[in-house]
Design a protein around this ligand. Structure first.
Ligand SMILES: Nc1ncnc2c1ncn2[C@@H]1O[C@H](COP(=O)(O)OP(=O)(O)OP(=O)(O)O)[C@@H](O)[C@H]1O
Length: 245
C-alpha cells in the first residue's frame, strides 16, 4: 500500500455492552491533513468509538492503528503524538489553569522550557490569559472546556481526537477552536471530532461519517445544501432497514 500512514485506522472495530448497545464493526480512517467528523444521535456510539480508538476501552474485535502503530502495542512515543479530549477535560480541578496546562504538557513529554513556551502559546490561542491564575474548578463550563482543549493541544499532537469539543463554547470559542484545528490540519495533523452542531461540522470537516446504533451507516457531503435533512434521511433509512430485517 502506498501513500502517507493514516493518523488513525480502525478495522471492524466492535465492542458490545450488556443489553446490546455499543459499536458493531466500524471501519474508519483519519488521514493526515484532514478533519473527519462523526455525527449521530445521543447514544449512537460516538464516545464509545473514540474510547476504543484511544485504547481507553478494549474492543471485542477489530483493531486500531494510531500513526501506523497497533494501539495495543503503542508506547509513550506514540501517545506523545496524540491529543484528545474525551470524558473528563482536566486532571486537577484544584490547580489553576496554567498549572493544569503545564502538567498536561509535561505529561505529554515536553521539557520544562518547551512546556512553558507551549503553554503560553495555547493560552493565547484560546484567549485564556484572564483565567490562568483561576482554580479550574471555579471556571465557567465554557472556560473549563477551553482549558481542556488547550491541554489536549499544547504539545502539538499529530493525532487529535475531540468528543463534542464545541458543546459548551461561546461563538468566540467556536471560532478559536476552528482556527486552531484548521492550522494544525494544514501542518499535517489528522483530526477526528464528534459534534451535534451540523453547521460547524460543515465548516471544518473534510469528511463526515454518520453513526447510528453503533454502526457507520454512510457519509454526508460537507458542502451539501441541507446537511440536517441528509442526516435524518440517512438515520431514518437505516432504522427502517434494520426494523424490516
Ligand atoms: N460502560 C458502558 N456500559 C454499558 N453501556 C454503555 C457503556 N458506555 C456506553 N454505553 C452505551 O452505549 C451506547 C453508546 O453510548 P455513547 O456514549 O458512545 O454514545 P454517544 O454517541 O457518544 O452519545 P451522546 O451523543 O449522547 O454523547 C449507549 O446506549 C450507552 O448507554
Amino acid at each position: 500500500m502506498s501513500g502517507p500512514v493514516a493518523r488513525i485506522e480502525a478495522r471492524a472495530l466492535a465492542r458490545e455492552f450488556r443489553g446490546g448497545a455499543g459499536v458493531h464493526g466500524i471501519d474508519l480512517v483519519v488521514a493526515p491533513g484532514e478533519v473527519h467528523a462523526i455525527v449521530g444521535l445521543n447514544g449512537a456510539g460516538k464516545t464509545t468509538l473514540m474510547r476504543l480508538l484511544l485504547g481507553m476501552l478494549r474492543p471485542d474485535a477489530g483493531d486500531v492503528r494510531v500513526d501506523g502503530v497497533d494501539v495495543r502495542k503503542a508506547g509513550p512515543a506514540t501517545w506523545r503524538r496524540v491529543g484528545h479530549l474525551v470524558d473528563t477535560p482536566l486532571a486537577y480541578a484544584e490547580l489553576d489553569a496554567r498549572a493544569n496546562l503545564l502538567a498536561a504538557a509535561r505529561l505529554h513529554g515536553l521539557g520544562r522550557q518547551e512546556a512553558t513556551a507551549a503553554v503560553a502559546a495555547v493560552i493565547a490561542e484560546f484567549d485564556l490569559a484572564r483565567y490562568t491564575d483561576v482554580r479550574t474548578s471555579r471556571l465557567s463550563l465554557g472556560n473549563r472546556q477551553r482549558v481542556g482543549l488547550a491541554a489536549a493541544l499544547a504539545h502539538d499532537p499529530q493525532v487529535i481526537v475531540l468528543d463534542e469539543p464545541t458543546s459548551a463554547l461561546d461563538p468566540a470559542g467556536v471560532i478559536l477552536l476552528r482556527e486552531s484545528l484548521l492550522r494544525r490540519v494544514e501542518a499535517g495533523a489528522g483530526v477526528l471530532v464528534s459534534s451535534h452542531h451540523l453547521d460547524e461540522v460543515a465548516r471544518i470537516a473534510d469528511r463526515i461519517t454518520v453513526i447510528n446504533d453503533g454502526r457507520a451507516i454512510g457519509a454526508l457531503d460537507p458542502a451539501g445544501v441541507d446537511l440536517e435533512r441528509a442526516f435524518f434521511a440517512a438515520v431514518h433509512a437505516d432504522d427502517r432497514a434494520r426494523s424490516a430485517a
